[in-house]
Design a protein around this ligand. Structure first.
Ligand code: PXP
Length: 238
């Protein structure tokens, strides 16, 4: 079974546009879970243009499925994560002013840095996932530094899917097979949507979780949040 974790950053972006509390992020998180989401993901960026650091304690209080905090492990980010103890922390190597995440860790080059951070998160029993490109060497590197899981960066897959699905998928299947072989858990995310999700899931053995934000929240404008979550869950079944 592949779990659906809903990334609610875009809900926070809408709220922040007016400075008040509409839409109410905490209520949306609770409702996503009531509608079937199996996890809630947030990505507090250093400029706090989406989910803000001070949103995290209230979300931690209400999320009953799986709370995943993702982000660049700056000292401020790590302090936030260690204080709030989510179920999972996904480490992402994005720059301060980055529009969105667009590459994974080089788990070989940054091995020492990652190992130290993962050890600190493990002291609090937080599961750690590393965002990586679909490269078996990076998956092996993630295992070597102590990561529990990797999250495969699916942006390039989504980009190439329409023109040649098999070619777009091949590196992900290889990375998934490597993860299964060496015993590291497998997540995936970025640009997954109602067109490409089922294909990705069917060709990615052992996929434990996807985190989806942009397309899902955009689809909810048309179908409503409850219907949309059900539609995404259907792509993950079977
Ligand atoms: N995974 C990571 C590491 C991300 O940074 C993001 C975007 O915040 C996602 C998954 C979700 O991507 P999308 O919003 O395109 O579904």
């Amino acid at each position: 079974m592949t779990r659906l974790s809903v990334n609610i950053n875009k809900v926070a972006l809408l709220r922040n546009a007016r400075g008040g509390n509409l839409p109410n992020l905490v209520q949306v998180a609770e409702d996503c879970e009531a509608f079937g989401a199996e996890g809630i993901t947030v990505h507090p960026r250093p400029d706090q243009r989406h989910v803000r650091f001070d949103d995290i304690p209230a979300l931690k209080e209400v999320v009953t499925t799986e709370f995943n905090i993702e982000g660049n492990p700056t000292p401020e980010f790590l302090e936030l994560v260690l204080a709030n103890v989510p179920d999972q922390c996904t480490l992402v190597p994005d720059a301060t002013d980055q529009l969105t995440s667009d590459h994974g860790w080089d788990t070989l080059k940054h091995a020492g840095f990652l190992q130290e951070i993962i050890a600190a998160l493990h002291v609090k029993r937080i599961r750690v996932s590393l965002f990586v490109d679909p490269d078996p060497r990076m998956v092996e590197g993630a295992k070597a530094v102590g990561a529990d899981r990797v999250e495969l960066y699916t942006g390039p897959f989504a980009h190439d899917f329409m023109s040649d699905p098999a070619k777009a998928m091949a590196p992900y299947t290889a990375a998934a097979e490597k993860a299964a072989e060496i015993g590291v858990g497998l997540n995936a995310g970025h640009d997954l949507n109602l067109d490409n999700l089922q294909y990705f899931r069917e060709h990615c053995p052992g996929l434990l979780e996807v985190s989806i934000g942009h397309a899902l929240i955009s689809d909810a404008l048309y179908y409503g949040l409850s219907n949309t979550i059900r539609m995404y869950l259907r792509q993950l079944q079977g």
